[in-house]
Design a binder for this molecule. Structure first.
Ligand code: ADP
Ligand code: MG
Length: 232
C-alpha cells in the first residue's frame, strides 16, 4: 500500500514538472516564431521554402505543448456550479470560425436546465478537443450537431458529425495516447479529454460508421439539487 502511494506521488511530481517545463518552453518558442515570420518576408526561392518548413515545425511543437500541458494535469481543480448550455454556446462561438473556414455547419439543440458542478476550464478544454475533431472529420459541406439531454439522471452531451467516420480498428484506439491518423495530429486531444471526463466521474463513448460519421456520447453527473437551491 505504502509503495503505491509513493508511486502516485512521484507521478504527480513528474506531471507538475512536465507542465511547468511545457510552460517555460512555450515562451521562447513564441519569440522564435515571431522572428522567423519577420525573416521570411525578406526571403525568396529555396530559402523561403526552408523558412516555411521551419515555421511549420514550430507550429507543430506549439501544438504538442498545448495538448501536453493539459495531459500533465488531469486532476480536477476548482469546481463550480455551471450551466452546460452556456458552455456549449461558448464552444460554438470559439469554433465557428474554424468550422466556417472548412465549410462545416454547426447546429445545437440545447436546454437550459442542465447544471453541473465541476472544473469549468477542464471541461471546456475536453469539449473543445472533441468538437474540433468532429469539425476536422466533417468534410466541406458537412455538419456537426451538438445536443443536450438528461439521461439516466445524468447530463448527456451528444456531438455528432457527418464526417468520414472511423474503422473498428481506429474506434478501438481512440482515446489512447499518441493515436492519430492526421498528418499534423498529436494524438493527445482525445487522450487528454478521456482522462478529464473520467476524473469528473463521467463517461465517454464513440459510435462510428466509416463514410457516414461519428457520434460522441458524453455522460456527466448533474449538480446536486441542494447546490442549485443554495445558489437561488
Ligand atoms: P489528433 O486530433 O491530434 O489526431 P486526437 O486524440 O484528438 O488526436 O484524435 C485521435 C484520432 O481519433 C484522430 O486522429 C482521428 O483519427 C480519430 N478521431 C477522433 N475524433 C474523430 C471523429 N469525430 N471522426 C473521425 N475520426 C476521429
Ligand atoms: Mg484532435
Amino acid at each position: 500500500m505504502r509503495k503505491k502511494i509513493k508511486y502516485a506521488e512521484r507521478l504527480n511530481t513528474l506531471g507538475e514538472l512536465a507542465a511547468s517545463m511545457a510552460h517555460e518552453v512555450r515562451n521562447p518558442l513564441t519569440v522564435v516564431k515571431g522572428f522567423l515570420q519577420m525573416a521570411q518576408s525578406g526571403l525568396e526561392g529555396k530559402n523561403r521554402r526552408y523558412m516555411a518548413l521551419a515555421l511549420a515545425e514550430v507550429d507543430r511543437a506549439e501544438r504538442i505543448i498545448s495538448d501536453y500541458l493539459n495531459l500533465s494535469k488531469p486532476q480536477i481543480g476548482k469546481t463550480e456550479l455551471m450551466d452546460l448550455s452556456g458552455m456549449v454556446q461558448q464552444i460554438v462561438l470559439l469554433l465557428k470560425p474554424m468550422a466556417a473556414k472548412q465549410g462545416v455547419r454547426m447546429q445545437t439543440e440545447l436546454r437550459n436546465d442542465i447544471y453541473l458542478h465541476t472544473d469549468r476550464n477542464q471541461l471546456l478544454q475536453a469539449l473543445i478537443h472533441i468538437t474540433k475533431n468532429a469539425i476536422e472529420a466533417a468534410e466541406d459541406g458537412g455538419k456537426v450537431d451538438i445536443k443536450l439531454a438528461v439521461q439516466e439522471e445524468k447530463a448527456c452531451l451528444n456531438i455528432k458529425d457527418t464526417g468520414k467516420g472511423m474503422s473498428p480498428e481506429h474506434l478501438e484506439r481512440v482515446g489512447t495516447l499518441f493515436f492519430s491518423t492526421k498528418e499534423v495530429g498529436t494524438g493527445l486531444g482525445t487522450a487528454v479529454s478521456f482522462r478529464m471526463i473520467e476524473a469528473m466521474n463521467g463517461s465517454i463513448r464513440y459510435e462510428s460508421e466509416p463514410g457516414a460519421g461519428t457520434e460522441v456520447i458524453i455522460l456527466l453527473p448533474l449538480a446536486q439539487q441542494s447546490l442549485l437551491a443554495a445558489e437561488g
